[in-house]
Design a protein around this ligand. Sequence first.
Ligand code: TXA
Ligand code: MG
Length: 349
Amino acid sequence: METKILKMDTAADEKLSVAAQAIKNGDLVAFPTETVYGLGANGLDEKAAAKIYAAKGRPSDNPLILHIDSIKMLAMITDKVPHMAMEIMAAFCPGPITMIVPKKIAVPDRITGGLSTVGVRMPDNDIARKLITLSGVPIAAPSANLSGRPSPTTAATVYDDLNGRIPYILDGGPSDFGVESTIVDCTESIPVILRPGAITKEMLEEIFPEVRVDPALSGKNSVPKAPGMKYRHYAPKAPMILLKGRKENMLAAFTKELSKCKKAGQSVGIIASHEVTNLLRHSYSYDYGSQNDLFHIAADLYNALRYFDDKPVDILLAEGTTEKGIGLAIMNRLKKASGQNILSAYKNN
Ligand code: TXA
Ligand code: MG
């Protein structure tokens, strides 16, 4: 199959009707959102959903989230909207947040992996919402990467992974946030974050008196409630060690680890902040932005994780961030990308 990249100049572009027609026909279309690129199909069509799993090589027990263009469309997905979900909608939608709500029978089991709940989100991207409107159905979309790989934040990275597997990619330029949406379980009495994202715990705490984080996210031995969070994910090709700790201790920790790896004869790739890469001056380095600009780091994170894939490195050393604000999402992805291979960067380490 030939994969066509449709470059979008505006959300009113005629190419959107071609893409919407493909969705109506039960075919796949990759499209931009404010978080990462999604791989879309008609969310109420079981056969179309099956094509998503086949194109990505995704395990069938990992449910898909449904994308809507308006609150009105929610009625196609659920007839029991929890009050909590309405409050989240009012405060943050459209935006980078997914709500887990009870599902209607019309939502196929193939979408939810047999669960009685479904994830729903309204993306803050005009091309995405217009595509949904023109298609007339909620669009099921996981991130548009091969299963296990870092999520794509540009049309070119979607193409790298899915060329030949899907008919269309809508190119709407780079994603704004670069990490996937925050997932909140709205089926309990207290909101529970199942996956951290750009809508932070602190932001949710401004509208709810209590917010929990799924204990499985802190690496405890319980099974995560978002099935997708149990897989090794976001992984670069080379093994990766994550250095975690205070930012002022990072340079010393990198210097030490780098010399250890060099002594062992390993060729090392460094993924770190401007502050560290500038002083370390190692030849294979990816500068992911300033330690003081977490939004920049989030937006560039998956580029960093893909950067070394075609470089001759044996091992990657990556710099961790704080776990406050969007830092919780950055660290969640880095921990998973490292396969929980984490070193504490203390001063005299
Ligand atoms: O930002 C995003 O959310 C992007 C863009 C494309 O919208 N999508 C995305 O989809 O990240 P995906 O499939 O890569 O991740 C969805 C996550 C998976 O970890 C899945 O297990 C979880 O959502 N999930 C889906 N339905 C669920 C449910 N009913 N209960 C718990 N977790 C669910
Ligand atoms: Mg994904």
